[in-house]
Design a protein. Structure first.
Length: 395
């Protein structure tokens, strides 16, 4: 694909035989969403009269092609088409990459909700290697401004990536791919990174907090028992969202909640990039040491989501950073576990090693689990005890 000066896209006719990966994120700071990813899809382009149709490639034998957009062909040569992507990219799907069998069930029950983009304008169309990067703005039907980012690249699944099938959501929680039919059964794979796993700190993170953010990321190396995660300073001009970096972005208070978003291969479950937003208000309470300890917990929690872990709101002694806690509890976890502890909390240690390293779960010692949508499961119910009897034990 090539890009012209007027932001039109030239598609080679040989591309009609190829699969592409489409990834979408958008921000709507003044509306019902701040930042969100739309579901990643493997797509094909098909000619239909004077248009090119972009359809979702069937995930399995039970699925059928689904039209996602139609682009008018403005010009045609013997070898290529010139199309206007802005004309066809006119709606955003309500589905996102983060899902689980408690969202839609273990059968394929897609969420077909969407919102339309009106008064659309393409702000930029660029090439990043083989990836086409598009930035578009538009209005919702409620007249709210939306900024949309599209990444379109040849679909090339990593042959070295090892998929991890999740059988159920009874004992631990990971984000999953959408259901895939294999013979007479339905399969879901964990959303997880391959190697290496590198997070980039945006330049907006204030200097007094940068080391605490690093330590929050590296907590997960304690859990994994090896230095699989690395932290770098983001290059100048790099901010979230970004197709090349897993950016940890500092944002003004009120612009976003502290949150994490992932985008991955919809068929294998490999997470391709993540974006973490840290609200500046995270450090609004207490003295500097207390602020740093609270921030360590928040970062460890959000990086856990970026690695694929879901919330665990089970009652009992604190066994995971994936729960919500009262402020004073987060400060203690940040100080006694993330910063000073030699070992990760037990649920985090067992689950991350199970999915990323293939280690078996010890169901006799695995702490209790429940997550957002399960009946009777809600946050702020854990008891904090980080004394000698409840601290993580050495291996």
């Amino acid at each position: 694909m090539w890009v012209s000066a007027d932001m039109l896209v030239t598609i080679d006719k040989t591309d009609l035989k190829r699969k592409f990966l489409l990834q979408i994120s958008y921000e709507q700071a003044m509306g019902w969403q701040d930042f969100m990813n739309s579901r990643s899809r493997v797509v094909l382009f098909e000619r239909h009269k004077r248009t090119l149709r972009m359809v979702e490639a069937p995930r399995d034998s039970a699925a059928s092609s689904r039209e996602l957009a139609t682009f008018p062909i403005l010009e045609e040569t013997d070898h290529s088409f010139i199309v206007d992507f802005n004309a066809g990219l006119n709606k955003i799907s309500g589905e996102e990459d983060r899902t689980g069998e408690d969202y839609y069930g273990r059968e394929s029950l897609p969420n077909n909700s969407f919102f339309r983009l009106l008064q659309r304008k393409m702000l930029s169309v660029t090439r990043n290697g083989s990836m086409l990067v598009l930035e578009q703005e538009g209005l919702t039907q409620d007249n709210e401004r939306v900024l949309v980012y599209y990444y379109l690249s040849p679909y090339r699944p990593d042959p070295e990536f090892k998929r991890f099938e999740i059988k159920n959501l009874d004992r631990f929680g990971f984000y999953e791919t959408y259901p895939e039919r294999q013979g007479n059964r339905t399969v879901l794979y964990a959303m997880k990174f391959g190697n290496p796993i590198v997070f980039a700190l945006s330049s907006e993170i204030p200097e007094p907090y940068r080391q605490a953010v690093r330590e929050g990321v590296l907590y997960w190396n304690k859990a994994l028992g090896s230095p699989m995660l690395h932290v770098i300073d983001a290059p100048a001009g790099v901010f979230a969202p970004n197709p090349e970096y897993n950016v940890i972005q500092w944002v003004p208070d009120g612009a976003y909640a502290s949150t994490a978003h992932i985008q991955g291969d919809p068929l294998t479950g490999e997470i391709l990039h993540a974006q973490i937003f840290l609200r500046s208000g995270t450090t609004s309470e207490g003295g500097l040491d207390e602020q740093r300890n609270h921030l360590r917990y928040v970062v460890a929690h959000e990086v856990g989501h970026a690695l694929g872990l879901r919330h665990n709101f089970a009652e009992g002694p604190a066994s995971t950073v994936m729960n919500y806690f009262d402020y004073h509890v987060t400060v203690r976890i940040g100080r006694e576990v993330v910063l000073s502890g030699d070992h990760a909390l037990e649920y985090d240690r067992q689950v991350i090693r199970h999915v990323y390293l293939g280690e078996p779960l010890d169901l006799h010692t695995l702490p209790a689990f429940c997550t957002d949508s399960q009946p009777g499961c809600s946050p702020f119910r854990s008891r904090i005890r980080l004394g000698s009897s409840d601290a993580p034990k050495p291996e």
